[in-house]
Design a protein around this ligand. Sequence first.
Ligand code: PMP
Length: 424
Amino acid sequence: MPWTNTNDRKLRARAEQVIPGGMYGHQSTFLLPDEFPQFFRRAQGARIWDADGNEYIDYMCAYGPNLLGYAHPEVDAAAAAQQRLGDTMTGPSPFMVEFAEALVGMVTHADWAMFCKNGTDATGMAAMVARAHTGRRKIVMATGAYHGAAAWCTPLPSGTLPDDRAHHIFHTYNDIDSLDAAVAAAGDDLAAIFVTPLKHDAFVDQEMPDPAYARHCRDLCDAHGALLVVDDVRAGFRLARDCSWSVVGVEPDLSTWGKLIANGYPISALLGADKARAAASSIYVTGSFWFAAVPMAAGVKTLEILRTTDYLERIEGLGRTLRAGLQEQATAHGFTLRQTGPVQMPQILFADDPDFRKGFGWTLEAMKRGVYLHPWHNMFLCAALTEDDVRQTLSRTDDAFAALKKRGNDLPSTDRLQMILGPH
Ligand code: PMP
């Protein structure tokens, strides 16, 4: 069936009438090539189907929540069993305790867990716990890092006040001198150092954490009595069956989780060490849906699968094959790719592409051939992907490189994206 987007266009036109801008947040229409589908009807395993029935091998995993494969039979069965009993009830189900025990059992630094809905809830709670624990205000974080979309951390300033970030001090990820300077600027008012486990910012190359930088974050927090927070919302359980900084031998005081901990069911978590337990029990945080039972049942099953299968080794192996194949193809077609970060969370940018038009062109050509890639955000591999899927992907990306070459300068516009990004 040839690729079409008639239904998507109709839905977009209707959305324009009843949804501000037609769409918002990371699905905003200008963030991707114009023809990328906005609406999807179905997802199964490593595949998604858009509103026109086009099928894609999906390398976005819903921006992270899919790890084991969409509609995973065991996770869905656990969720369905609880669904029949009750979901949002007057209080949580026993699964809440089981889920907290399972997380605390897997994540070395964690002695307790609190549940919420989105990653932004968890990062906001981490900031509150750090401030409650220390009685101080300043939070040191890395320039360009994404910690969510509340007023204190959303990347665009519209609707926020300078006061919302008055107590943030920025440094450069992996740069010990700039970290020292930021901590010095906090003086005796440092509540926390907030870091992502690797630099996985949009629009730029990813960077693995320098172990010396990670250790320095730990040492500074200890020296100043501040809390170290690792924001594992995106990378959690994709690098380790533990907090992602276990790989560099550094244990934080708090870590934030979300996206995949229930393989797509809506739930996120703040995990913490005993040190921060009293502060965590002193803050008032909650939400109407935070105690829903179905996501917790799904989460317990998800963690069991993470502990007992080779999902991590599989996505690493497939990621290596994909990276090597793309490298070879790009060279053969005369393009230079910058592939960075963990192979299972690949960031793929074109060298000499400051306006992202080559990236838009290539991902558009791949999308029309049934491979859903992203031009400037890190992608994700899921454990339902097979070697055959990667072979099919590479055959289609090869054609997409050839089509990109043929387009020459006839590349999709990124003007609206440029307006938001400013000089980059
Ligand atoms: N922190 C990080 C590192 C993230 O990647 C994200 C989401 N992309 C968030 C926080 C916010 O999570 P959510 O979108 O679930 O609020």
